[in-house]
Design a protein around this ligand. Structure first.
Ligand SMILES: *[C@@H]1O[C@H](CO)[C@@H](O)[C@H](O)[C@H]1NC(C)=O
Ligand SMILES: *[C@@H]1O[C@H](CO)[C@@H](O)[C@H](O)[C@H]1NC(C)=O
Ligand SMILES: *[C@@H]1O[C@H](CO)[C@@H](O)[C@H](O)[C@H]1NC(C)=O
Ligand SMILES: *[C@@H]1O[C@H](CO)[C@@H](O)[C@H](O)[C@H]1NC(C)=O
Length: 596
């Protein structure tokens, strides 16, 4: 989740759009030589100029080996050191971490997983992590990639390791051996893990370690691979509904499940990763240049769900193997569509494209994949049930749109819901602060309208708070009216308080609470109040934190005063009758009526 729960809703209404993560590129040298001492493994944290003020740190993400006594006490990485000079464009921020830990080939202290972390106000915190392994590892990822990205509900997923030794133990996040767990199958000397069930983020995401050679976690030659699970099915985003269709990511870009946008591989940029960087550069706008010739031997790690790969043109755990002739791009994962020779860095062809393909590197198909249209197939149809739209105009069959989209007047394409609405036919109401509503799932990232609460969707809100007008010295009756109570989470409660920021309830008595439909009313009686006093309806969560406040001001009548006094009409032993003139709005003072 990129949502950050803001406790102070009053502050949150001033925060602009949902917080985005800081894009970090982590570049690691000698990724498959954790044992290397001269030079030592190093990694760099690259931040573009937009985020140059971020505070950058680094840590060991997970303990992957123990010392001789079976204890996790591996050295932490040193503080990142700012890099300056011609290599680094002015305005950007580049930090370097050197792991000169020493150790031996069986006991390399730089083995494992390390991070670049960045925080900055106005952005969600970011973390990117790498993986370092020994060059004489017993086992290692068969495809040469230290991360693998899968989607929620994917089936038949495998983690394939290779090596000379069979695996005695599979661990996920240092947890107990999962070799005997019935949810997995292990084949090929236990080098291949087969997931028997649909992939789930909470159960399956994590760092997998294959222990061989007598299980000793003191040894640093065990294979590592991190499984990243997107929170939505393939090509979709916006959990939990996952109604969103991802941008069409080219050249190995991966769709961010929280934003729907492409995270481009090193060597490519742009909204759809259609633009190749020149001169072996990388970064969000290709602003950085590799520290090695042609980016050889460098492992690049980006924000999840991208994970790690080599730079364009290289593959293997050490990123030292050039692509085969028909492949190109990051870790050589892209297929060339050339009639002649193909540039292994960019995929561009020396001759023409194979038939059926176009674009500068022959990656754009003549017929767009279902769900996309336009010249580069980068426009999204957003039709109901994901069907194809007109390849030129983008019009959906019968103009039926998917959830979160609607055909607006003077248009034929499906456009995002307008105003405070989201979901199917744009009929559900958002209670988010302006601009904060995600039209696909109604999530507000804690940025609710004033008086609306609930961490994600602002489902509970105050409709009104009223107090009865009183004579001086009398008690006032206050009602607090909430909407959305049908979805009121357990743990939220309604109170009346004399103070806005603390629950102070002396002299306050709860009379009744009742709900009708999704409207929930609490009525309270308050003693000892005087004119202009304020009392506050509060929603308090299970940690006694006040999550929403709505105040009401007590009003007293100004007692009426007659200009001419009442006169005695009649008196005997059992009855006295008095009379007074009718209220005269000009001459009399105070607030009528006088009733007795
Ligand atoms: C597994 O995923 C498929 C879609 O890939 C879905 O139709 C099915 O309901 C899922 N099964 C379970 C048990 O979640
Ligand atoms: C298509 O992509 C190319 C880059 O490959 C870009 O130069 C061009 O502007 C794009 N065309 C459209 C219509 O988006
Ligand atoms: C009434 O309110 C005043 C001021 O808020 C306070 O000092 C006093 O103790 C209260 N009296 C009673 C009986 O609650
Ligand atoms: C008092 O006056 C009322 C109204 O005129 C009358 O009905 C009643 O009988 C009187 N009572 C006595 C005790 O005179």
């Amino acid at each position: 989740m990129i949502c950050i729960k803001l406790l102070q809703i009053l502050i949150s209404i001033f925060v602009a759009n949902a917080l985005e993560r800081i894009p970090i590129t982590m570049v690691t040298t000698h990724p498959f030589q954790a044992e290397s001492r001269n030079p030592s493994p190093q990694y760099y944290c690259y931040l573009s100029s937009l985020d140059r003020d971020a505070v950058v740190s680094s840590r060991r993400v997970l303990e992957t080996r123990t010392n001789r006594n079976g204890v996790n006490n591996n050295p932490a990485p040193p503080m990142p050191v700012t890099q300056q000079g011609a290599m680094y464009p002015p305005g950007s921020a580049v930090y370097k971490v050197t792991l000169n830990f020493g150790g031996s080939t069986t006991d390399a202290l730089a083995y494992g997983t390390f991070s670049c972390d960045a925080t900055r106000s106005g952005r969600a915190d970011s973390t990117v992590s790498n993986i370092l392994m020994n060059s004489d590892s017993y086992t290692y990822p068969e495809d040469g990639l230290v991360t693998q990205t899968v989607n929620m509900d994917d089936r038949g997923v495998q983690i394939r390791m290779a090596g000379m030794q069979d695996v005695d133990r599979w661990q996920r996040n240092n947890l107990i051996n999962i070799l005997a767990n019935p949810n997995y199958d292990f084949t090929g000397m236990n080098l291949i893990l087969n997931f028997k069930l649909n992939i789930s983020k909470s159960k399956d995401e994590g760092l997998y370690q294959t222990l061989s050679g007598g299980l000793q976690r003191r040894d640093s030659r065990h294979g590592l691979k991190r499984l990243i699970v997107r929170s939505c099915p393939s090509n979709h985003w916006a959990p939990p509904t996952c109604y969103g269709v991802c941008d069409n990511c080219y050249n190995g870009g991966v769709c961010d499940d929280e934003t729907g946008r492409c995270i481009c591989p090193p060597g490519f940029m742009g909204a759809n990763c259609l633009t190749a960087c020149s001169d072996h550069q990388f970064g969000l706008s290709c602003e950085f240049r590799c520290t090695s010739e042609d980016c050889e031997g460098l492992q690049f790690c980006l924000l999840d769900p991208y994970g790690c790969s080599c730079g364009a043109g290289w593959k293997g755990l050490d990123c030292l193997t050039a692509c085969d002739p028909s492949k190109f791009g990051a870790s050589c994962l892209q297929e060339c569509n050339c009639d002649g020779a193909c540039d292994r860095f960019t995929g561009s062809c020396s001759g023409s494209c194979e038939s059926g393909w176009g674009g500068f590197n022959c990656q754009i198909p003549d017929v767009c994949p279902v769900g996309y249209y336009g010249p580069n197939c980068t426009s999204i149809c957003n039709c109901r049930n994901g069907v194809q739209c007109d390849h030129l105009t983008g019009e959906c069959p019968n103009q039926h749109c998917g959830p979160g989209y609607i055909v607006l007047p003077a248009s034929v394409t499906c456009q995002e819901c307008q105003g405070d609405y989201f979901g199917q036919l744009c009929q559900e109401e958002c209670h988010c602060a302006e601009e904060a509503c995600n039209k696909l799932n109604g999530q507000c990232c804690g940025q609710c309208k004033p008086q609306w609460v609930d961490a994600s969707q602002c489902l509970v809100g105050f409709e009104e708070a009223t107090s009865s007008k009183i004579n001086p010295g009398a008690s006032t009756d206050v009602s607090c009216v909430l909407r959305g109570s049908g979805r009121l989470r357990a743990g939220l409660s309604l109170h009346l308080s004399r103070e806005e920021a603390h629950l102070v309830s002396n002299g306050i008595q709860e009379l009744t609470v009742f709900s009708v439909g999704d409207v929930y009313t609490g009525q309270f009686r308050t003693d000892n109040v005087t004119d202009r006093d304020k009392v506050f309806c509060l929603i308090v969560d299970h940690e006694d934190e006040i999550v929403a406040v709505l105040g009401t001001t007590v009003n007293e009548y100004v007692l009426p005063v007659l200009t001419s006094p009442p006169s005695l009409l009649h008196a005997n032993v059992s009855l006295i009758a008095i009379q007074w003139s009718a209220w005269d709005a000009v001459k009399d003072m105070g607030e009528p009526p006088i009733v007795a």
